[in-house]
Write a protein that binds this ligand. Structure first.
Ligand SMILES: Nc1ncnc2c1ncn2[C@@H]1O[C@H](COP(=O)(O)OP(=O)(O)OP(=O)(O)O)[C@@H](O)[C@H]1O
Ligand SMILES: [Mg+2]
Length: 287
């Protein structure tokens, strides 16, 4: 598999700040992988997303060290708008992204901008509308829909560009549990059907751990843990030290390992936890 993103010895300090927002980052992301990024407020997650889609150094002033390569080319060597075709980013505040009078126009506008043919636009419009379940909202003005619906439109608008790399920066921060589930359902399909490379920055770990095959923890501008999701949560003591509270089932089994000498790795979701508990109860009954 080829690497779509290669970040080497990379640091970034915003102008007029005293400490770097990112410091000495080394990170490689393979094509088709699904990576979860977590970390406390201000740890540099959004700055990392900006650095991959070229907003940094394009739109921000600051001091850069090291290199950020996307598809084998340094981000600053891409022409204007070129990198945005390859890397789509959905930010948590979608308001700023809307310009059209209806949701449908909003989706079509971006596709026209990159010069797609009318049949291609129609095909992609149908695809994203179905995928993100936006049918009932297509005729509405973007400013008359709810915050959660806006997040879905923002996701659809980015997906319509069919980026090879998709970065979601807290895409479900405004969503109720059902809508959050729907966004993650979309990601499940993208992963299965499109082989997209997906990076999700998200506080809601419950959904993330079921999808991400790799997890990254940021802290104070550094990448402090980077491992397969299973190995990542083997280090629950370290995570707790860094103020990350693991999802319910993982926390529960971690506690179990502490008080009852339970040696196995924690399960990553409820189904797995259910199987483990059955195993434990079975043993209890036999013993
Ligand atoms: N435009 C900016 N100018 C100056 N400093 C900034 C700017 N944007 C972010 N920073 C600083 O860079 C650091 C990292 O911020 P960043 O937004 O990347 O963190 P984050 O992990 O995304 O946080 P959150 O979880 O709150 O979204 C912080 O110290 C922040 O104050
Ligand atoms: Mg952020």
């Amino acid at each position: 598999m080829s690497n779509v993103i290669e970040i080497k010895d990379y640091s970034w300090k915003y102008l007029n700040t005293s400490t770097p927002a990112l410091e000495n980052i080394n990170l490689t992301i393979e094509e088709g992988s699904f990576v979860g990024v977590i970390g406390p407020n201000g740890s540099g997650k959004t700055t990392l997303a900006y650095s991959i889609d070229g907003l940094i150094p394009g739109q921000y002033n600051g001091i850069k060290k090291g290199t950020v390569n996307v598809f084998g080319k340094e981000v600053e060597d891409y022409g204007r708008g070129e990198l945005q075709h390859l890397v789509g980013v959905v930010f948590s505040d979608p308001e700023a992204q809307f310009t059209a009078m209806t949701v449908e126009d909003e989706l079509v506008f971006g596709m026209e901008n990159i010069g797609l043919s009318i049949p291609e636009i129609q095909e992609r419009l149908d695809w994203v509308t179905e995928l993100t379940d936006l049918g009932p909202l297509l005729e509405k003005p973007p400013y008359e829909i709810s915050g959660g619906q806006k997040q879905r439109v923002a996701l659809a608008a980015v997906l319509a560009m069919r980026p090879k790399v998709l970065i979601l920066d807290e895409p479900t921060s405004m969503l109720d549990p059902m809508s959050r589930q729907r966004i993650f359902d979309v990601l499940v399909r993208l992963k299965a059907e499109e082989n997209s490379t997906i990076i999700v920055i998200e506080h809601s770990l419950e959904h993330l751990v079921r999808l991400a095959e790799r997890m990254i923890l940021m802290s104070d501008g550094s990448l402090v843990l980077d491992d397969s999701t299973r190995n990542f949560f083997r280090q629950t003591d370290f995570l707790l030290e860094k103020n990350v509270s693991p999802p319910g089932v993982i926390g529960f089994f971690h506690e179990l390992s502490r008080i009852a000498d339970y040696q196995k790795d924690p399960p990553l979701d409820v189904e797995e936890a259910h199987a483990r508990l059955q195993e434990i109860l079975q043993r209890g009954n036999e013993g």
